[in-house]
Design a protein around this ligand. Sequence first.
Ligand code: IPD
Length: 258
Amino acid sequence: MTPEFKAIEEIVRAAGTMAREAYNDPRKPAYSLKGRQDYLTVTDGAVERFVRSEVERRFPGDAVLGEEDGGAVTGARLWIVDPIDGTANFARQIPHFCISLGLMVDGRLEAGAIYAPMHNELFIAQRGKGAWCNGARMQVSTQTALSASSVEIGWSTRMPTETYMGLIQRSMDAGCSVRRAGSGALGLAYVAAGRSEAYAEAHINAWDVAAGLLLVEEAGGRVNDFWAHGGLSQGNAVLATNAALADELGVLTGIALK
Ligand code: IPD
């Protein structure tokens, strides 16, 4: 096990404990909106500062890109953190949220971890070695029929309503069951775990998907080249699928897979 792989698990677990304690605090931390339907809590900032300090302490000189405090998108070694993905759920007392942390080396993801503290589930992957949920090897689903598949379609105000409705319409017309649970990172982790056949969103940010993309690839699924055309700094569309339905879902969503 590399020091980075050990560290990534330790950091997301400790960050998850912080988030769980804040979630369970009877005073119920207040939330504000950064924009329309764009939630922020004090816990987002506190968890991100903790993750940054842990990375800087353990790996001096490595760069960190985070949802709340931004950061450089250059550097040979870049840690990409979403301190709380599913912030709207967290703020409204819905336990579907997580901490997501990925390590990119020379532009390629090498390790990723997603921890859902209220479910005590750790999803973790290492490039070329595999992906695990709480220690059990993960494999994407083997479902071959869209009419028996579940896909999650993410939404934000960054894209026009019609784009989101179009994805839903085409998926439902093809026979899929469509969900939106409010955490893109967990949506990807669930594809890796075989709980969904796919996750798609017309625009999402790098911190939401860095760890999850590696989880899906290491669990035998397919993903798009999210990092093309400035995905790291500006975000991009995302599609992650099981292998069996990848070609059909690529056509259906209009998001080209690698
Ligand atoms: C959001 C969630 C949501 C996704 C959005 C993200 P946040 O991140 O992952 O599920 O659809 O695109 O912005 O605000 O909860 O960190």
